[in-house]
Design a protein around this ligand. Structure first.
Ligand code: ATP
Ligand code: MG
Length: 503
C-alpha cells in the first residue's frame, strides 16, 4: 500500500470536517477496526468526505478497500442488520445498520470497453489509483480508517475551497473513459455551486457530443439530481453553454430564439430559467401537505423549464409586425412527452409534466375574471391532482418587468383560487362525477353495459361540469331527454341487436 503524505490543512477546516463526522465517528472506528483486524484497509471516500468539509451531512457513507467483494461480505454481515450484494459484480457490497447505509467498494483500476462505455471492472490494490479514477478532485479525497488519516493526492481540498471542478487526470481522458462525468459536473454546479476550471470546461465543450454513447437512464438520473438541487440554474446554464444540452435536452437551448423580427430579444430561454427560479420559490417545505407542493418537486421543475418548448416551432411573424406562437402549449406538450420518454422517465412523470405544459396557458383565458363557473370547473377537473402544481407554474410564468402588470396578474390568480375554493366547498369539485352512475343509467334506459352507457355517462358529466350538481330526478329527466334524441332509443331491444350485427 502506497502511503500518501498528508497535505497541510488549515486546522479549522479539519476541525469542521471532524465535527461534521462526529455523529458517525463510533461507526467509522468500529468498521475501520473490523477491516484492519481482517488484514484489510478501509477508507471513507468521495461524497461523505467532500460533504464533511462543506459542513453537509451525507445520506449514505461510501468506503473503498483493498478487500475483494467476497471478503467484504462476511465482515459487513457480522457488523450490519442487513447486507446486499447487487453491486458485487462491480465490487460493491452494501449494508445497513440502524438508519445508516454504507457501501464498501473494492479499489478500482477500471478500464472501459470503449464502445458502450459500460465500465469493465478491474480491481485495484491501492487507494491513490482508485482515487485517480474518480470524477473530480473534490470527490477524490479519502480518510483512511480507523485513525482518519486524510488522503488527498489530487489537491481536492484546495479545489473545494476555491469552488473548482477539476478532474484528477487529464479531462479528455477522464471524459473519454466515462462521458457521464460531464453531466456530473453540471450536477455539482447545481448542488454545490462548483465551477469547472478552464481546461475541464474546454474538454466539456470539445467532447459534449460523446454524451450520446451514455445510456439514457444514467443521463436521466444525473439530470434529475441536477434539477432537484437547491439551485439548478447554474447547472442548466453549464449544460447549455458547454453544448451538452444540445444532445440530452435540445429543446432547452432551442429556446434561445430571437423572438421579434428585429432580432432584439433572446429571452424565451432566460424567461424559462426565471420561471424555474420563481416556481422553486413557490414550493412548500419538504414535510408540508401535498397542496403546498413540498419541495424539491421534479414535476413542477421540469414543467417550468419545458413549458415554452413549443414556441420555436409555432413562431409566426404577423403582418402588423407582431409575433405569435399559436397552440405552442399543445405542440410543447407533445415535444415534452417525447423528450421525457426518450430520457426514460417513468410514465407518470411523462404524463404529469406534459399535462402541466399543455395547461400552462389556460389561465390567460380567464381575463379579468370572465370565466363562468363551468370554465372554473373544467380547469379544476382537467388539472386533477396536478392543480397545486399548475397554480404554481402559472404564477411563476409571469416574468414581466412591468410591476403593475405583474401585480394585476397575481391578484387575478388569487381571485381564481378563491373561486375554486368556493366551488370546491360547495360541490366537492375534486371528485366531480355525473349525478347518476353507470348502473343507474343502465336501469333507467333499460340497456345493457356497453358503449351507449359510456356515451350517456359522458353526457351527464358534461352537464355536471356546465351546471353543477343536479338532483337525481333532474338528472334522470336530462338523461331521458338526451336518450330521446338518440337513434338507439327508437329501436326495439331485439332488432337493435340484430341491426348492429348486420350493419
Ligand atoms: P451523492 O451521493 O450526494 O449523489 P456522490 O459524490 O457521493 O454524491 P455518487 O454518485 O454517490 O456521488 O458517487 C460516489 C463517488 O463515486 C463519487 O464521489 C465519486 O468519487 C465516484 N464516482 C461516481 N460516479 C462516478 C463516475 N461516473 N466516474 C468517476 N467517479 C465516479
Ligand atoms: Mg454517494
Amino acid at each position: 500500500m502506497t502511503l500518501v503524505s498528508t497535505p497541510e490543512i488549515p486546522a479549522e477546516l479539519f476541525a469542521r470536517a471532524l465535527a461534521g463526522l462526529k455523529p458517525v465517528m463510533p461507526l467509522l472506528r468500529d468498521l475501520g477496526d473490523r477491516f484492519t483486524a481482517a488484514g484489510h484497509t478501509l477508507a471513507l471516500v468521495g461524497g461523505p468526505v467532500r460533504d464533511a468539509f462543506l459542513g453537509r451531512t451525507s445520506p449514505d457513507l461510501d468506503f473503498t478497500t483493498d478487500a475483494r467483494p467476497e471478503q467484504i461480505q462476511p465482515i459487513l454481515a457480522r457488523w450490519g442488520d442487513a447486507v446486499w450484494d447487487i453491486g458485487k459484480e462491480f465490487g460493491t457490497i452494501g449494508a445497513r445498520k440502524g438508519d445508516t447505509i454504507v457501501e464498501v467498494t473494492t479499489h478500482r483500476a477500471d478500464a472501459y470497453d470503449g464502445v458502450t462505455r459500460k465500465p469493465v471492472v478491474a480491481f485495484g490494490d491501492n487507494l491513490p489509483d482508485d482515487l485517480a479514477r474518480r470524477d473530480f478532485t473534490v470527490n477524490a479525497m479519502a480518510m483512511q480508517l480507523p485513525d482518519l488519516t486524510f488522503v488527498d493526492p489530487y489537491d481536492g481540498l484546495t479545489d473545494l475551497a476555491a469552488g473548482r471542478l477539476r478532474t484528477p487526470i487529464t479531462p479528455e481522458i477522464s471524459f473519454g473513459d466515462d462521458p457521464l462525468r460531464m453531466m456530473r459536473a453540471a450536477r455539482f454546479a447545481a448542488q454545490l455551486g462548483l465551477v469547472p476550471d478552464e481546461e475541464t470546461y474546454a474538454a466539456m465543450q470539445a467532447m459534449a457530443g460523446s454524451i450520446q454513447i451514455v445510456s439514457a437512464e444514467r443521463v436521466r438520473d444525473e439530470l434529475t439530481k441536477l434539477l432537484l438541487a437547491p439551485t439548478p440554474r447554474p447547472g442548466l446554464a453549464l449544460l447549455v453553454d458547454s453544448g451538452l444540452a444540445a444532445h440530452v435536452l435540445p429543446e432547452l437551448p432551442a429556446l434561445q430564439l430571437e423572438i421579434d423580427e428585429h432580432h432584439r430579444h433572446k429571452d424565451v430561454y432566460v424567461h424559462s430559467l426565471i420561471v424555474l427560479d420563481q416556481a422553486i420559490a413557490l414550493e412548500g417545505p419538504a414535510d408540508g401537505p401535498p397542496e403546498s407542493v413540498p419541495g424539491p418537486d421534479l414535476w413542477l421543475r421540469l414543467a417550468a423549464i419545458l413549458h415554452d418548448v413549443g414556441k420555436p416551432a409555432t413562431r409566426r411573424f404577423e403582418d402588423g409586425g407582431g409575433v405569435s406562437f399559436h397552440h405552442h402549449e399543445v405542440v410543447g406538450a407533445k415535444l415534452t412527452a417525447k423528450r421525457l420518454r426518450a430520457l426514460r422517465f417513468d410514465k407518470d412523470t411523462v404524463k404529469a409534466v406534459s399535462r402541466l405544459v399543455e395547461l400552462h396557458l389556460r389561465f390567460h383565458g380567464y381575463g379579468e375574471g370572465q370565466w363562468t363557473d363551468s370554465a372554473v370547473r373544467r380547469y379544476v377537473t382537467d388539472a386533477g391532482p396536478l392543480l397545486p402544481r399548475l397554480h404554481r407554474l402559472t404564477r411563476a410564468d409571469s416574468t414581466t418587468r412591468n410591476v403593475r402588470k405583474a401585480q394585476r396578474l397575481a391578484r387575478t390568480y388569487d381571485e381564481l383560487e378563491v373561486r375554486i375554493a368556493e366551488l370546491l366547498a360547495k360541490e366537492e369539485l375534486d371528485a366531480v362525477r355525473p349525478d347518476l352512475d353507470g348502473n343507474q343509467i343502465g336501469q333507467i334506459l333499460q340497456i345493457p353495459p356497453g358503449r351507449t352507457i359510456g356515451l350517456a355517462y359522458n353526457y351527464l358529466l358534461s352537464v355536471r361540469l356546465d351546471e353543477g350538481p343536479l338532483s337525481e330526478e333532474e338528472a334522470t329527466a336530462r338523461l331521458l331527454d338526451w336518450w330521446a334524441g338518440r337513434p338507439e332509443a327508437t329501436a326495439e331491444p331485439d332488432s337493435r341487436h340484430t341491426k348492429q350485427k348486420n350493419g
